[in-house]
Every structure is written in C-alpha cells, then in structure tokens.
Design a protein around this ligand. Structure first.
Ligand SMILES: [Zn+2]
Length: 185
C-alpha cells in the first residue's frame, strides 16, 4: 500500500536492470494503470517529468517527479510470461514478471484474476519510424532511479525482470538479473 502523497522511488542498484511496476487503486483493484489512457492524455509514448500516469477510469495515479537515468522506459510491452520463455526454449518454468505479480498479490491475500499492463522502467526498446522496435540493453547506471508521487492510495508491485535471453543478439538486462530497490517516503 502506498498512501496518497507518498513518493515512490525505483532504484536500479547495480544498473542495466529492467523493472515491471504494476499500479492499482487501493480502493478498487479493478481500477489500474492504463498505458493507453496515459498516452491518450499526455499525447506522448511515455510521460515526461511533471506528467502523470492514469487509470482505466482516467484518474491520475502517479506523477513523474524525477528521473536520473538516461530516460528510456517502456509502456508498450506486457510483462514477460512463462510462454515467452518457452517460445525461446528457455525452460518451461522460467521466472517471469507476470507470475511474480500474481505471487505478490496472493501474498497480500488478494485474489487477482488479471494483471494491469506495467510501467517497464529502464526498458530500452524505442519504436523506429518503420514501426519496429530496437531492442537495446537497459542504459540505467548503478544507483539511477525514477521518483513518482502517488496521487491516490495505491497498491503497487515491482518485479526485477528476469529476462536472460538475447533478442536479435542483445540482452535487455545485460545477461543477468539484479536487484531493484523500492523506497517509499
Ligand atoms: Zn519480465
């Protein structure tokens, strides 16, 4: 639970680590982050400093206060899931952000039947003019962080993405999964 008015900081402890941040309204878990509504309101693929992230009911959930990273984040990809790793022959039970989310919600005693699409912090996957993605390693350095203000009471879950397979020869996490630190103040 993140109370309204709190500042939420996602710190990349060792650098080059993608995080999936799931955001829901504490008062009603059917209200959750909508990347589509957020793009519609800000008219940009990802909020700039001072802009907000919105729910599927058009309520402002979070405002981006600070970003010490090079500023590359994604809000177009779903969380990685077991099927993705099976597709790339990386094992049937590979750790993944979707299952991590459901596990975290179960630990809170919440029966979650679906997940919101996440904010993929530090994910370096810009869209090209021809509509394709460039897959790059995360550019965040040790200690880089983004800070966000909670605009209503929120439930959030953060997973350090465990992607360890190359896409077009590039390892998005630099080939290893490391820790993220979540600070709420
Ligand atoms: Zn992931």
């Amino acid at each position: 639970m993140v109370p309204v008015g709190s500042t939420l900081k996602v710190v990349d402890v060792e650098g080059c680590q993608i995080g999936d941040l799931f955001v829901l309204a504490a008062s009603d878990l059917d209200e959750r982050l909508s990347p589509g509504v957020t793009r519609l309101i800000n008219f940009t693929p990802f909020p700039h400093l001072g802009e907000s992230f919105y729910s599927n009911r058009r309520r402002s959930l979070l405002t981006l206060l600070e970003d010490t990273s090079p500023g590359l984040h994604d809000m177009t990809f779903a969380p990685c899931d077991a099927e993705l790793y099976r597709t790339f022959n990386a094992g049937d039970e590979h750790p993944n952000c979707r299952d991590n989310y459901f596990r975290a919600m179960a630990a809170l005693g919440v029966a979650a039947h679906s997940h919101p699409d996440p904010i993929n912090v530090f994910q370096n996957t810009p869209v090209n003019l021809n509509g394709s993605y460039t897959i790059g390693a995360a550019l965040s350095r040790p200690g880089d962080y983004i800070a966000l203000r909670a605009n209503i009471d929120l439930i959030i879950a953060l997973t350090a993405c465990s992607v360890d397979i190359p896409f077009e020869g590039i390892q998005p996490n630099g080939g290893r999964s490391t820790s993220l630190r979540l600070e709420i103040s």
